[in-house]
Design a binder for this molecule. Structure first.
Ligand code: PRP
Length: 182
């Protein structure tokens, strides 16, 4: 794919992402071998990861999705997330693996974990491809973590700048780093 001019340094190449997803998927396959696995993806960012990860997991899993939206800048500090699309399925008694593309402040994930926990899943774990290093405001237990990346504005592999660049097959830094994401 041709590199758009506003796209800078590539942090994660296609190959790095592919190898990491295989590694994570293998662990997930081993860990959930005798369990009924439900992958829950957080839209929109996680849709590409969901697709690639699921095809590397050798288990008869099921999918569900949630769509969430921040209330703007206040959310970045309050952690309140607006649920745009809730789960289609009941998760009580199910083994749920929440799939996220990136953990930034960690507030979205913290909110979702608390929300899902109230629905009494048999287990609830997290798979996140990226975590920005050193900026989480909350402690999170992420069982399947792909990469720690610098706390810069990145796009690609599901991540957007004004809804663009989600389809880049790699993760790269924006040349002019915007003051806010989304
Ligand atoms: C991104 C990402 C996570 C969240 C992480 O989603 O997909 O869900 O931000 O940020 P946090 O750790 O600071 O809470 P975004 O709100 O940009 O929506 P999108 O996935 O639809 O792009």
């Amino acid at each position: 794919m041709e590199l758009p001019p506003e796209i800078g340094e590539v942090l994660l190449t296609e190959e790095m992402i592919r190898d990491k997803i295989r590694e994570l998927a293998k662990r997930i396959t081993d860990d959930y071998r005798d369990r009924d696995l439900l992958l829950v993806g957080v839209l929109k960012g996680a849709f590409i990861l969901m697709s690639d990860l699921a095809r590397e997991i050798s288990l008869p899993l099921e999918f569900d999705f949630m769509a969430v939206s921040s209330y703007g800048s206040a959310t970045r500090t309050s952690g309140v997330v607006r649920i745009l699309k809730d789960l289609d399925f009941e998760i009580s008694g199910r083994h749920v693996l929440l799939v996220e593309d990136i953990i930034d402040s960690g507030l979205t994930l913290l909110y979702l974990l608390k929300y899902l926990q109230t629905r009494t899943p048999a287990s609830l774990e997290v798979c996140a491809l990226m975590r920005k290093e050193g900026i989480q405001k909350v402690a999170l237990d992420v069982r399947y973590e792909g990469f720690e990346i610098p706390a810069r504005f990145v796009v690609g592999y599901g991540l957007d700048y004004r809804q663009k660049y989600r389809n880049l097959p790699y993760v790269a830094v924006m040349r002019e780093e915007p003051p806010h994401s989304g």
